[in-house]
Ligand binder design. Sequence first.
Ligand SMILES: NC(=O)c1ccc[n+]([C@@H]2O[C@H](COP(=O)([O-])OP(=O)(O)OC[C@H]3O[C@@H](n4cnc5c(N)ncnc54)[C@H](O)[C@@H]3O)[C@@H](O)[C@H]2O)c1
Length: 454
Amino acid sequence: MKMILGIGAGYVGGPTMAMIAKKCPEYKVVVVDINQDRIKAWQSENLPIYEPGLKELVQATLNRNLFFSTDIQENIAKADIIFVSVNTPTKTFGTGAGKAADLQYWEKTAREIVRFSSSDKIIVEKSTVPVRTASAMEHILNANDKGIVFDVLSNPEFLAEGTAIQDLEKPDRVLIGGQETERGKKAISSLVELYTHWVPKEKILTTNVWSSELSKLAANAFLAQRISSINSLTAFCELTGANVHEVSKAIGMDSRLGSRFLCPSVGFGGSCFKKDILNLVYLCQHYGLKEVAGYWEQVVLMNEYQRKRFVQKMLNAMFNTVASKKIAIFGFAFKANTGDTRESSAIYICRELTEEHARVVITDPKALENARIDLKDIEEKLLFEPDPYKAADGAHAIAILTEWDCYRSLDYKKIYQSMEKPAFIFDGRNILDHQELFEIGFNVYPLGKTSLIH
Ligand SMILES: NC(=O)c1ccc[n+]([C@@H]2O[C@H](COP(=O)([O-])OP(=O)(O)OC[C@H]3O[C@@H](n4cnc5c(N)ncnc54)[C@H](O)[C@@H]3O)[C@@H](O)[C@H]2O)c1
């Protein structure tokens, strides 16, 4: 039985390898990680991450042809193909701090692969990395004196958290970048063959390595750019009486543009958008493309502006002070249907409100545990409450920060009755019926629409 190894059992590595195990039953798939607790959780009933459909997917193959392990050495030695999905966060030190990708985990993994291998292997770069990383890694890997040859392929992951299983099962495309040599082409064919187990051939795109690496950074930059673009218009709409939803619908019906990613919000979050754009900005600066770097950096700056603007709006509306006022935060995850809170706008907003001495109570159906970790340093100033009704009880204001479906169908009459008056609601995702809330008695502050104030 051929063996596929996944290194890194996180949001990408876990679901991706589980999908490969399901679709390719003739392979043994092993996922390793240095984090023992994570590996234990993957083997248990309580998976380390929440993702709709993930539990069923893992259960279908666990201990049949899908295995989780901390034995990196033995599994590297046995593997035929290795997918690397380790984290590549923004560098916090030295050259490029705050922008460049920190490749230490990637490089450490490459060195372990060399150390423990005794046969040729295909190495698949799943992590998002700067352009030219595959080639650098190929140098490290092939500078071995064992006579082993490694072929490095770039195969960026495009899944979105919250719909990861769907995205993995029916991807818009699978991108595989490889060297344009005979060996490179052979390696590409092996990976194409693996994906054709479930992905139609016309959706598998093969390119050179650098195009593939750049496409991932560019795709995230374009997606984030749409969010920042529509968010920039929310400020404009609020001042002029235009309605951002009408504008977004009108823009989105243009078939050249399409309707997705035009939802106003309190700012994008997630572990990837900001990191990948800053990585792109850094690369542009490195190559002397000052104007190009400035252009993309603006997408991140607009996101920060949107977060600040939201807090400022809360302050202005609540008579310029939130000190001692209880504020219920509905939703802490960076988006609905995930427990992931990395780079969530909620982190920033809760910190700002606490700075203003508000009594912040956070509720979220899946992300409270991560929220506690993110705000550990100010934990004593916060409350974490799984029940949204209790979170809102006695509050002066509610801020909707994640578009969880469960917040659409709450009994807002009951909530209004339990709150201090005047009761404020700031809808940072525009998911509620604003007119209805206004009629209940709330002062309603949507994004990109006129506020409804009594
Ligand atoms: N999260 C997403 O939605 C998403 C989507 C597409 C691409 N990506 C990219 O995929 C990569 C992984 O992202 P993630 O969200 O899964 O990160 P993550 O932090 O959830 O998982 C990475 C895992 O790698 C492990 N690891 C680090 N060094 C290791 C080593 N030497 N040996 C074994 N394991 C090691 C860590 O312990 C961690 O569990 C990143 O480059 C990210 O940009 C993420």
